[in-house]
Design a protein around this ligand. Structure first.
Ligand code: ZN
Length: 167
């Protein structure tokens, strides 16, 4: 287990369509453990594999709402979604920037856990938002793609002006 470098906006790995995991083996569990360590080190509530340079459909999350273990999802897919929520959202790969993003209020996500068992997660509010944000990462989509073109231009301009040493 180790804390890995987080990849930032501009790194091509963040724009790739990630590959499905064929088998949840020890390598995948090690990747999940690294994701969890890196997420906590960065004080994040979710982290997807491409954010540490691995183009695989794996993410972890922990919205700190209860005492359960951090969640691991492999090959996740959103199978149901309803309603709308608009909240300020950020991303560990675009530190220092945030913006209001519209998401579904309620989702059902299916996938595999770290043992390779089928899981089905029903979520609303913040957890629903995190699951949608992380699923987007696996398709190479970032939150800046989900705001208006004007806001997107402003965010990208701000990002390009930020001192790289402060990231
Ligand atoms: Zn993110």
């Amino acid at each position: 287990m180790s804390v890995r470098d987080v990849r930032y906006l501009g790194d091509p790995v963040l724009r790739e369509m990630c590959r499905d995991v064929e088998e949840v083996d020890d390598d995948v569990r090690e990747l999940a453990d690294d994701l969890v360590d890196t997420m906590y080190a960065a004080d994040g509530i979710g982290l997807a594999a491409p954010q540490i340079g691995e183009s695989l459909r794996v993410f972890v999350y922990d919205v700190r709402e209860n005492e359960v273990e951090p969640g691991v999802l492999v090959n996740p897919r959103i199978v149901e979604a309803m309603g709308k929520q608009r909240e300020v959202e950020g991303c560990l790969s675009i530190p220092g920037l945030d913006e209001v993003v519209e998401r579904k209020e309620w989702v059902v996500v299916e996938g595999l856990d770290r043992d390779g068992n089928e899981v089905r997660i029903e979520a609303e509010g913040l957890l629903s938002r995190v699951l949608q944000h992380e699923c987007d990462h696996l398709d190479g989509v970032l939150f800046v793609d989900r705001v208006s073109p004007l806001k997107r231009r402003m965010l990208l301009k701000k990002w390009s002006k930020m001192d790289e040493s402060k990231r």
